[in-house]
Design a binder for this molecule. Structure first.
Ligand SMILES: [Zn+2]
Length: 184
């Protein structure tokens, strides 16, 4: 199985960034706040991009960068557990903001609002709170997401190589999943 979570609790509207409870009975997502609707299959593929931007562009990048900083090379590979889904909902909001050409401060404000709402009750994550409260950390998160979408242009070659290895592994796991599904 690849790392994209099979079950999620929340949806996010890509227009107004309202978070709502995931409803797996429906084929079409409809935002309870602004009435925007999109087929679940499409929303899912957007969320997958957000997930990957966090998992590879932020989580793996951080760890491989710190290894590289210490050793000036990377001889090891890690197997990271993905962070909770709020991270990639926030990444979705960051990506929507980037695509919509919004200013950084505005994007940060929206991202913070996501956490403030009722989801705080469901997923408690101190690191995530810190990420949103600490301006430097959020700027880094924003920049890493941005750079991931841009093809990891600001990553050192060795770090990039390690991240791309992880992406390859994940892709091959995904195609194995598909073969498994297609078996009669
Ligand atoms: Zn909406």
């Amino acid at each position: 199985m690849n790392h994209y979570p099979q079950n999620r609790q929340f949806d996010i509207c890509i227009r107004c960034q309202t978070v709502s409870k995931f409803n797996n009975e429906e084929k079409v997502f409809k935002c309870p706040h602004c009435d925007f609707s999109i087929k679940y299959a499409e929303l899912e593929s957007l969320l997958k991009v957000s997930f990957n931007s966090v998992y590879f562009g932020y989580q793996y990048r951080e760890i491989y960068e710190s290894v590289y900083e210490n050793d000036e090379d990377i001889y090891i590979r890690f197997a990271l557990e993905p962070v909770n889904e709020l991270y990639y909902l926030i990444a979705t909001s960051v990506i929507s903001g980037i695509v919509g050409n919004l200013a950084y401060d505005f994007i940060k404000k929206i991202a913070r609002n996501i956490l403030k709402k009722e989801i705080q009750v469901y997923i408690k994550d101190e690191e995530l709170v810190e990420l949103l409260d600490d301006d430097e950390e959020f700027r880094k998160f924003y920049f890493y997401i941005f750079d991931y979408l841009n093809g990891l242009k600001n990553v050192k070659p060795k770090v990039k190589e390690a991240i791309e290895d992880e992406i390859r592994v994940d892709k091959s796991m995904e195609s194995m999943d598909k073969k498994e599904e297609n078996r009669p």
